[in-house]
Design a protein around this ligand. Structure first.
Ligand code: CO
Length: 311
């Protein structure tokens, strides 16, 4: 999950109990991620896959940190099936599953790619290898722009392009994007990694040019800044979101399940978007319609390297 909101870079170290919650969220995500791979089969319903994974998370005692993203082929990220969706996985689909868990404010964010047609195994390997190489080089003092360089060179070594306008991100308690980014290309960002910081590292490799653009389609939202709302339904939805998801992203289908009427929900979401109470995360597609693979882990920076929390 990418999320572009940027907050100021401030220094507030996490406490040991906070880090423990991240470890717990990471361990649970790793277990569910591995179990979920069995669901990715030709003909399977996207909605069933997303809802099954989300149920696995709540059954284990966690909360989804964001709606399960299932992004296929040239869609890079931020797609989750809508309410009542009848889409199914196709024979040659390149399927990216991105999931996250929240436990007591601790967050995990992890993703994998499955190539149902077995025609794009190298592309899948490129993002996996890029993540492996990035993790090997992560330690305190390394500039984030250099990690981007390692990701870029690894992916280009396979003959593909990294997606330059998607990046990994620092994570803090209850905050999926805490300002600092780990780019997927070499940049001159000299921010140096520090012990105790937590990051999601997520290389994307593509057969295309290496950029994504926003589509008009939006299925995922989060609270942005409180504003006045006119409609009664909007206030009810906002109360529900604050009580259940806080500042974390939510899916329109989650709201539709709670507030049955399609018309009222879409009118309320429209009002909330217009006055910036919430923001949407448009579905991201590779500009040249290239295929996209992704692999993601959440890591904790240690004194001499890093601990992969979602191993
Ligand atoms: Co992420």
């Amino acid at each position: 999950m990418i999320l572009f909101i940027k907050f100021p870079r401030e220094n507030a170290e996490m406490t040991e109990p906070e880090i423990e919650s991240f470890r717990e969220a990471g361990k649970m995500a790793s277990k569910i991620r591995e179990e979920s791979k069995a669901l990715i089969m030709v003909g399977e319903s996207l909605l069933d896959v997303a809802e099954t994974i989300e149920k696995m998370i709540t059954d284990e005692g966690g909360n989804p940190a964001f709606p399960v993203n299932i992004s296929i082929n040239d869609i890079a990220a931020h797609y989750t099936p809508g309410f009542g969706s009848e889409e199914t996985l196709g024979e040659t689909d390149l399927v990216k599953v991105d999931m996250g868990i929240e436990i007591n404010g601790g967050l995990s964010d992890t993703a994998y790619t499955i190539d149902l047609g077995s025609q794009n195994e190298k592309l899948v390997e490129a993002s996996e290898k890029a993540l492996e190489k990035a993790i090997e080089s992560i330690r305190p003092g390394v500039p984030v722009g250099e990690i981007g360089g390692i990701i870029e060179e690894t992916i280009k070594g396979y003959g593909y392009n990294p997606i330059s306008n998607l990046s990994g991100h620092m994570i803090k308690s209850n905050e999926l994007h805490a300002g600092v980014e780990i780019p997927n290309i070499r940049t001159n960002d000299s921010y140096q990694l520090k012990e105790g910081e937590i990051f999601a590292v997520e290389p994307f490799a593509t057969t295309g040019q290496g950029h994504v653009e926003d589509l008009d389609m939006v299925e995922i939202f989060s609270i942005y800044s409180p504003a006045k709302v006119r409609m009664r339904q909007s206030r009810k939805i906002i109360d529900h979101v604050i009580n259940n998801y806080g500042m974390l992203p939510f899916a329109e289908r989650w709201i539709r399940k709670e507030f049955k009427s399609k018309l009222l929900v879409s009118a309320a979401l429209k009002e909330l978007l217009e006055n910036h109470f919430i923001r949407g995360y448009p579905v991201l597609r590779e500009v040249s319609r290239g295929l996209v693979s992704q692999k993601e882990h959440t890591i904790l920076i240690t004194a001499d390297g890093c601990e992969v929390l979602t191993k």
